[in-house]
Write a protein that binds this ligand. Structure first.
Ligand code: NAI
Ligand SMILES: O=C(O)C1=NCCCC1
Length: 319
């Protein structure tokens, strides 16, 4: 196929990408990735160049998944922002290709994809690793990822209590008053995680904001921020005492300050738990260190494109 690519805006992507369709496809993709069969999935660790002048980085995240014939790349710029900055910390665009011809089928907003697929993968980690009968969810950070994590965690699980902490209290209050259900705003990260079953860290921090001594035995931590080798969200004690799962072993060894600087041992990949080749050690404190993968964007983009073709594209043609 050839011709001009279609352009899909943030609103369209947000509407078409729904968790109930996305989660099972991500599970398959993570499982396939962890088999390391290069005839099925090719996804290198992203290449990242610094944008030094602006305190940022540009990451290129290509992936080809032969099993569903999906060829895609995301380009994502991400920044270390000063406190009080109103500039976005992440901006992304996704290109979906026709794998046979090599032309671009669609150029999509990548922010909605990044927000939803990252949160969906954290929900998969929680489903596999959180304690049975988890009741208390704690979110550290109140930005884009905090919103998408709240959304998918509330849609997927029945938490009785949700707490939020943010560096700026007014942002945590804005978060609590924007989401649908009740959320308790906490004055400190320590208060927010006290007794929590599941803790999501979605901050731009470069130093630890979550400490092992605060985390209750058996709790699950989905650690989403700190995606550079010298950035941290979690302290050494948490990293060393937890059973650490990652999305990609190569990605974690290259990009995760929490893993590299703590010297923590990685137990394995989420995909290995999905495949049944690695146990889910729910009785221990578990950390899922998320860095983000091109296959997650590819699965999402394909889903969006299929939905668009079967709904909006048809509507456009009829009109
Ligand atoms: N693992 C993955 O796949 C992905 C990870 N990320 C990372 O997730 C994190 C959150 O992303 P967004 O929600 O889009 O960012 P955002 O800018 O919308 O929100 C960032 C939050 O972190 C807080 N924060 C900033 N500096 C802090 C500090 N020093 N201590 C404590 N809190 C601090 C801010 O107040 C805000 O609540 C970022 O680190 C981003 O790079 C983003 C996309 C995908
Ligand atoms: O996977 C992604 O997308 C990102 N990961 C870490 C930094 C921002 C974007």
């Amino acid at each position: 196929m050839s011709g001009m690519p279609i352009l899909l805006s943030k609103d369209v992507v947000t509407r078409l990408l729904v968790y109930k369709d996305l989660i099972p496809r991500l599970e398959v993709a993570l499982g396939m990735f962890s088999k390391r069969d290069s005839s099925e999935v090719i996804q290198p660790v992203r290449s990242v160049i610094p944008i030094q002048k602006h305190n940022g980085f540009l990451g290129l995240m290509p992936a080809y998944m032969a099993y569903e014939d999906t060829l895609c790349t995301k380009m994502v710029a991400f920044y270390k922002r000063e406190k009080g900055s109103s500039l976005p910390s992440t901006q992304a665009t996704v290109l979906l290709f026709d794998p046979e011809y090599g032309n671009v089928l669609a150029v999509m907003d990548g922010d909605a994809i990044t927000a939803k697929r990252t949160a969906a993968v954290s929900a998969i980690s929680a489903k596999l690793l959180m304690p049975a009968q988890s009741e208390v969810l704690s979110i550290l950070g109140s930005g884009h990822q905090a919103f998408s994590h709240y959304e998918v965690f509330m849609e997927t699980f029945g938490f009785k209590e949700v707490r939020v902490w943010s560096r700026r209290r007014e942002m945590a209050e804005r978060f609590a008053s924007t989401v649908q259900g009740p959320v308790t705003v906490c004055s400190s990260a320590k208060d927010a995680v006290d007794g929590a079953d599941v803790i999501v860290t979605v901050t731009n921090a470069v130093e630890p904001v979550l400490f092992g001594e605060w985390v209750k035995p058996g709790a699950h931590v989905a650690a989403v921020g700190a995606c550079r080798p010298d950035w941290r969200e979690l302290d050494d004690s948490l990293m060393r005492n937890a059973v650490v799962y990652v999305d990609s072993g190569e990605g974690a060894a290259t990009e995760s300050g929490d893993i590299i600087l703590s010297g923590a041992k990685v137990f394995g990949e989420l995909g290995e738990v999905i495949n049944g080749s690695l146990p889910a050690q729910r009785e221990r404190i578990t950390v899922f260190k998320s860095l983000g993968m091109g296959i997650q964007d590819a699965v999402s983009a394909k889903l969006v494109f299929e939905k668009w073709k079967s709904t909006e594209c048809g509507t456009e043609k009829k009109n």
